[in-house]
Write a protein that binds this ligand. Structure first.
Ligand SMILES: *Cc1c(COP(=O)(O)O)cnc(C)c1O
Length: 362
């Protein structure tokens, strides 16, 4: 039985700002004086119109998006985007470049394969177990897009700078670091992100798509699988994930009004990650798994001297109210996911626990 909220280091679904959860709770039974819960209101009502438009506007302000960009809320998670992207943008004679930086990037490549779309793996970090982000990549001149995964949730690596693709639009899976920092949007034709890491509850996928990408979409696709369907109907061709969109709106409001925008969000995230990495670098008991210049600010992956100690570490941490520190089942080890909503107080509590654990078990 846990009586209090824990320090939540889960990878996804993950921690949300407490203030957002409290606001949802306070308004849950009677949303905006409608006499109904947000989960009971028609998506065609003026109440919901206000919510979705507010979420779109906040996303546009935060990322400084101009009128060429559409902000969509889709279903099927980031995983459906793995397939929708090649379906929409690659015709018979087209090809796309992919960079393989781990599990999720690999799954995106697999969908292009299943769909028998021409694609090329332009670079991969598989040779060192995906512990780094490839540099100086040569992209094909005629690629329709370059697919990247900005933050590798499982392997704990992240792009600090995005490659120069010489004008080829980047399609980027930003599921685990969207809105964690400012972006130079000019490079991106499409960004997608499952909400459950940095944005809100699972069940909603945010897609930001530029008009020139919409213009090159394949027309002979099922209605629900075409981006234009959703762009032309403000994500309400069918019933959208209303509760998810509402929560995302509140999270974006929190970033704008409480944090003060993406520059501040990034500074906050750097401070948090530095505190953890610096502590680990100061000794040799905890070993970060990613190469130094590719270390993720969102998912801090590390090992202890052996697997028994890792098990003990994870179990004792939980007893102290520090949850979610187990690495992904495919890689083992430990992982602290420290997305936007994780506060410095959680990092301090974790470092304190790590120090005590090291002393006892060295
Ligand atoms: C979690 C995650 C996914 C999968 O997201 P779903 O919404 O579960 O489909 C894809 N890519 C990255 C980078 C992730 O972290």
């Amino acid at each position: 039985m846990v009586e209090h909220r824990i320090h939540n280091f889960n990878a996804g679904p993950a921690a949300l700002p407490l203030q957002v959860l409290e606001e949802i709770q306070a308004n849950f039974l009677n949303f905006d004086h409608s006499g109904m819960s947000i989960t009971e209101i028609s998506h065609r009502s003026s109440y919901f119109d206000k919510v979705i438009n507010d979420a779109v506007e906040r996303a546009k302000r935060l990322l400084k998006l101009d009128d060429r960009y559409h902000v969509l809320f889709l279903q099927g998670g980031a995983s459906l985007q793995f397939a929708m992207v090649p379906m929409n943008f690659l015709s018979m004679n087209d090809s796309a470049d992919y960079v393989n930086t781990g599990t999720w990037a690999g799954k995106a490549i697999k969908e292009a394969q299943i769909l028998k779309k021409n694609h090329r793996v332009a670079a991969s970090s598989e040779d060192k177990d995906f512990s780094y982000i490839p540099k100086e990549i040569k992209f094909s001149e005629n690629a329709k897009y370059v697919h990247l995964t900005s933050n590798n949730t499982i392997k704990g690596t992240q792009y600090y700078e995005f490659p120069d693709t010489k004008g080829i639009p980047i399609v980027c899976d930003m599921s685990s670091d969207i809105f964690s920092r400012p972006l130079d949007m000019e490079k991106f034709g499409l960004i997608y992100a499952g909400a459950q890491k940095n944005l809100g509850p699972s069940g909603t996928c945010m897609v930001i798509i530029r008009q020139d990408m919409l213009d090159m979409e394949n027309k002979d696709l099922p209605t629900m699988l075409k981006y234009s369907t959703h762009a032309s109907k403000n994500s309400m061709y069918n019933t959208p994930p209303c509760f998810g969109i509402y929560t995302i709106d509140l999270v974006l409001k929190w970033i704008e009004e409480e944090i003060g925008g993406l520059e501040k969000m990034e500074a906050h995230n750097i401070q948090k990650a530095d505190a953890l990495y610096d502590y680990m670098d100061s000794g040799n008991f905890y070993r970060p798994t990613a190469e130094k210049y590719s270390r993720s600010l969102m998912n801090v992956t590390f090992r202890l001297p052996n697997e028994d100690l890792e098990k003990k570490f994870i179990a004792q941490a939980m007893e102290k109210g520090l949850g979610g520190l187990k690495g992904h089942r495919s890689v083992g080890g430990c992982r602290a996911s420290i997305y936007n909503a994780t506060g410095m107080e959680s990092i301090s509590a974790l470092v304190q626990f790590m120090e005590a654990f090291e002393k006892e078990n060295k």
